[in-house]
Design a protein around this ligand. Sequence first.
Ligand code: CP
Length: 308
Amino acid sequence: MKHLIDIMDLSIEELDEMIDVAKDIIADPEKYAHKCAGKKLATLFFEPSTRTRLSFEAAMYELGGNVLGFSEAQSSSAAKGESVSDTIRTVGCYADIIAMRHPKEGAPIAGTRRSTVPVINAGDGGHNHPTQTLTDLLTISREKGRLDHLTIGLCGDLKFGRTVHSLINAMSRYTGNRFVLISPEELKIPEYLRYETLIKKEQDFVETGDLEGAMPELDILYMTRVQRERFFNEQDYLRLKDSYILTPDKLEYAKEDLSILHPLPRVNEISVAVDDDPRARYFEQVRNGKYIRMALILKLLKEAGTIN
Ligand code: CP
């Protein structure tokens, strides 16, 4: 049974194939409108979400399938103490594929052990968010026409931002990319990521606190929210939350063809005045999330032998 827990579960060939399928869905949605007729996706969200859950649900509807699930742990039997493993095994009796989000790192992988249907990690704590990374890859590919030889600035909470961790892992597999890691000292990327992905694999990267200084060389600027829910105390969050606020004046020395991305939700880190700049691509990124999740559902259901 093929699951998606970590972006590294997919080979480069599989990533490229899914991006191609997503682009084909965008070009000809009618061709895919009945591919999942009679099939069901369960969305099990133990943590809040707008984009991920609703784009999964929209994706399944646009494939002709149906959706069931819950959007908070308190409305499921998790509130009575049921384990993730038992929940997944139970839901596998009702649905053909499961997308789950959980606040605990590793919960989705625990859920896969006894699962009879494919499980997709829709975000586990501060760890991974592989379907956001698929969304980001499709967006970068559509914006830039390639996934290699790009200078990517990642700015904000690089410590707790799970989308950042997955994106660095994914983009480090394509040749010639350079990472500019922009954060306060306390919110730098975790040591394991710096060592295992960047140093050991001889990636081109630099760490800085200076967003404006980095701006002129960037092809992509990936802004992130400071992850309040992962902080151990409120004072640290309040001190760090406004470390970077992207405003139009900060874009003065940016490239004409810069793409500004953000996994969203944003709080304060991109001024709404930036939304009108043609380089602001984060709402297009939101739209891409549905198409790549359609491609993922098709892939996993095909591999499970559930659809042709
Ligand atoms: N990008 C993202 O995961 O958004 P949601 O938390 O709204 O799903």
